[in-house]
Design a protein around this ligand. Structure first.
Ligand code: NAP
Length: 482
C-alpha cells in the first residue's frame, strides 16, 4: 500500500466522529492524471450539515473561552502535524488534484505556515480603550469571535485554501464547518486527522463532503452559522452572498480573476520571463492569481515573446507524481475544453500560436503549455478567466494605455508589472484596480500579507492581521463608574 493512503479518510468528521452521510450515499473521486477512481467519500446533504453546524455551535461555547495561549499551543501542534506529514499529504494532494509533487509539497508547507502565523496572531487580538467624552464613563472596544463559520473551498488549492480559513477562525476562537470541493475532498478530510493529532476538541473542526447546493444552502441559511467564507468562482460567490443575506451573515469572498502581467520596455527581461513562467504555469495555470493577459510594450515585445517561448519549451508535462514534472494535467476534461475554446476563438479572430495550442499527446486532461500572440480585447482569452496553461500576449505602446487595458475587466484580484523605473512603479501600483499587485515579482502570496480582491473578485482579506479581523466582531462597552 502506498504510505499516503493511511491519510485517505472515506468519512466525514462531525462532532469528533468519523461517519458516512445519513443517506448512506457516496461519490467517487478520481486521479486526473490517470482517470483512475481512487476512492469514495460521503455524499452529505443538508441534514448532515445541520448536525455538523450543531456540533460546531456546541464546541464554540467552550472553544471561545479558551485563552489565546491555549489556542496558539494547539495550532502550533496542528502546523507541526502538517509539516511532519508533508510528504504523504503532498502525494495525496497530487493524486487527487494533479499538480506536481514539488508544488504539492510547497502547498502543504504553505498551509502549515498559515496556521503557524495565525497561532501567533491569536495572541495579538487586541481591543482598544478610547478616551471618553464623559468623565464618569469609560469606553472599551472588545474583539469577540463571530461564532460558527461555514467554509467552502475549491479544488485548485485543496489544502492551502482551507488553511487560510481554518487558521484565522481558530485564532479568533471560532469553530468551523468546512465543505471542500468534490474533486479534491481527501486533502481536506486529512485536515481532520491532523486536527485530531493536534488535540483540537471534537466539533471545533467539522468536515462534510457532498452535494454543494444542499450543503451550501444549509450553511448560508442556518441562523446558527454567523459567517460564510468562500473561495471559488464569481458566479457561485454571488449566489452564496444572496443566500447569506437572509440571516445577515458576515461574508468573505475570494473569487475569480483575470490577472494582467505588464512588461514595460525598461524591464529586466529575464526576470520578467522567470516571473511569467511561475505565475502563468504554476498549477497548470489553474490559480486565481495566475496571469491571464500578458501586456507587453512594443519595444520589448518580440524579445520577450522569444524568451518566453524558449522557457515554455523547457516545461516538462506529465503525471505530477513523477519527479521532474513541471506541469500536470488539468483538473478535468471540462477544464481542457474551456482552454481549447479560448485558443480556437483567439486564432479565429487573428491571434497566432507560437507554442503548444493543442491537447497533449498524453491524452486525458493534459494540455500543451501554450503561447499565443496578437491577442486583442474582443477575444475570450482577454475577457474570461482561462484557468489553463495559455500565455496570451497583447502589445501596447504607452503606460496609460497599459493601465487602462489592465483595468478593463470586471475582475480585480491580482496584477503584475515589470519595470525598473521608480516613478512608474508607483504610478502603476496606484493605477491598477486590484487587491494585490506584484512589481518585479510573479508569485507574491504569503501568509503575512493580505490576500483578496476588489470589484467582482470578491471582498475581504485572508492571511495577515487583516485576515483575523474577518472572524471577529467588534463590541463597544460603555462603563459608568460614578
Ligand atoms: P466553484 O465551482 O465555485 O467551486 C468552489 C466550491 O464551491 C466547491 O467546493 C464547490 O463544490 C462549491 N459549490 C459549487 N456550487 C455551489 C453552490 N451552488 N452552493 C455552494 N457551494 C457550491 O469553483 P471551482 O471551479 O471549483 O474553482 C475555480 C474558481 O475558484 C476560479 O474562478 C478561481 O479563480 C477561483 N479561486 C479563487 C481564489 C481566490 O482566493 N480568489 C482562489 C482559488 C480559486 P463542488 O466541488 O461539490 O461543486
Amino acid at each position: 500500500m502506498q504510505a499516503f493512503k493511511k491519510f485517505m479518510r472515506e468519512a466525514n468528521l462531525i462532532a469528533g466522529v468519523w461517519r458516512g452521510a445519513r443517506s448512506g450515499k457516496t461519490f467517487e473521486v478520481n486521479n486526473p492524471a490517470t482517470g483512475e477512481i481512487i476512492g469514495t467519500v460521503p455524499d452529505a446533504d443538508g441534514e448532515d450539515t445541520r448536525e455538523a453546524i450543531a456540533a460546531a455551535q456546541e464546541a464554540f461555547l467552550s472553544w471561545r473561552k479558551t485563552t489565546a495561549a491555549q489556542r496558539a499551543a494547539i495550532m502550533r501542534k496542528l502546523a507541526a502535524a502538517l509539516e511532519a506529514n508533508k510528504e504523504d499529504l503532498a502525494r495525496l494532494l497530487t493524486t487527487e488534484q494533479g499538480k506536481s509533487l514539488t508544488e504539492a509539497r510547497a502547498e502543504i508547507s504553505g498551509s502549515a505556515n498559515y496556521v503557524l502565523w495565525f497561532s501567533e496572531e491569536a495572541r495579538r487580538i487586541y481591543g482598544d480603550t478610547v478616551p471618553s467624552p464623559w468623565s464618569e464613563r469609560r469606553i472599551l472596544v472588545l474583539k469577540e469571535p463571530v461564532g460558527v463559520v461555514g467554509a467552502i473551498t475549491p479544488w485548485n488549492f485543496p489544502s492551502l485554501m482551507l488553511s487560510r480559513k481554518i487558521g484565522a477562525a481558530l485564532a479568533a476562537g471560532c469553530t468551523v464547518v468546512a465543505k471542500p470541493a468534490s474533486q479534491t475532498p481527501y486533502s481536506a478530510l486529512a485536515w481532520g486527522l491532523m486536527a485530531e493529532e493536534a488535540g483540537l476538541p471534537p466539533g471545533v473542526i467539522n468536515i462534510v463532503t457532498g452535494d454543494a447546493r444542499k450543503i451550501g444552502k444549509e450553511l448560508t441559511e442556518n441562523p446558527v452559522v454567523k459567517k460564510i467564507t468562500f473561495t471559488g468562482s464569481t458566479g457561485v460567490g454571488k449566489a452564496l452572498v444572496a443566500q447569506a443575506a437572509g440571516t445577515m451573515k458576515r461574508v468573505s469572498m475570494e473569487l475569480g480573476g483575470n490577472a494582467p502581467f505588464i512588461v514595460f520596455d525598461d524591464a529586466d527581461i529575464d526576470a520578467a520571463v522567470a516571473g511569467a513562467i511561475q505565475s502563468k504555469f504554476r498549477n497548470s495555470g489553474q490559480t486565481c492569481v495566475c496571469v491571464n493577459r500578458f501586456l507587453v510594450q512594443s519595444g520589448i515585445h518580440d524579445a520577450f515573446v522569444e524568451k518566453l517561448g524558449a522557457a515554455i519549451a523547457e516545461l516538462k508535462v506529465g503525471n505530477g507524481l513523477e519527479e521532474g514534472t513541471d506541469q500536470g494535467p488539468l483538473i478535468d476534461v471540462k477544464g481542457v475544453e474551456k482552454v481549447e475554446e479560448h485558443v480556437v476563438d483567439a486564432v479565429g479572430q487573428g491571434a497566432h500560436v507560437v507554442a503548444g495550442g493543442r491537447r497533449h499527446t498524453l491524452g486525458g486532461s493534459f494540455f500543451e503549455p501554450t503561447l499565443i500572440v496578437g491577442v486583442t480585447p474582443s477575444m475570450k482569452v482577454a475577457r474570461e478567466e482561462t484557468f489553463g496553461p495559455v500565455a496570451a500576449v497583447f502589445r501596447f505602446e504607452r503606460e496609460e494605455e497599459a493601465i487602462a487595458m489592465a483595468n478593463d475587466t470586471e475582475f480585480g484580484l491580482a496584477a503584475y508589472a515589470y519595470t525598473r523605473d521608480l516613478g512608474r512603479t508607483f504610478r502603476v501600483l496606484e493605477g491598477l484596480e486590484y487587491g494585490q499587485v506584484g512589481i518585479n515579482a510573479g508569485v507574491i502570496t504569503t501568509e503575512v500579507a493580505p490576500f483578496g480582491g476588489v470589484k467582482e473578485s470578491g471582498m475581504g482579506s485572508e492571511g495577515s492581521k487583516y485576515g483575523v479581523e474577518e472572524y471577529l466582531n467588534v463590541k463597544y462597552g460603555c462603563i459608568g463608574i460614578a
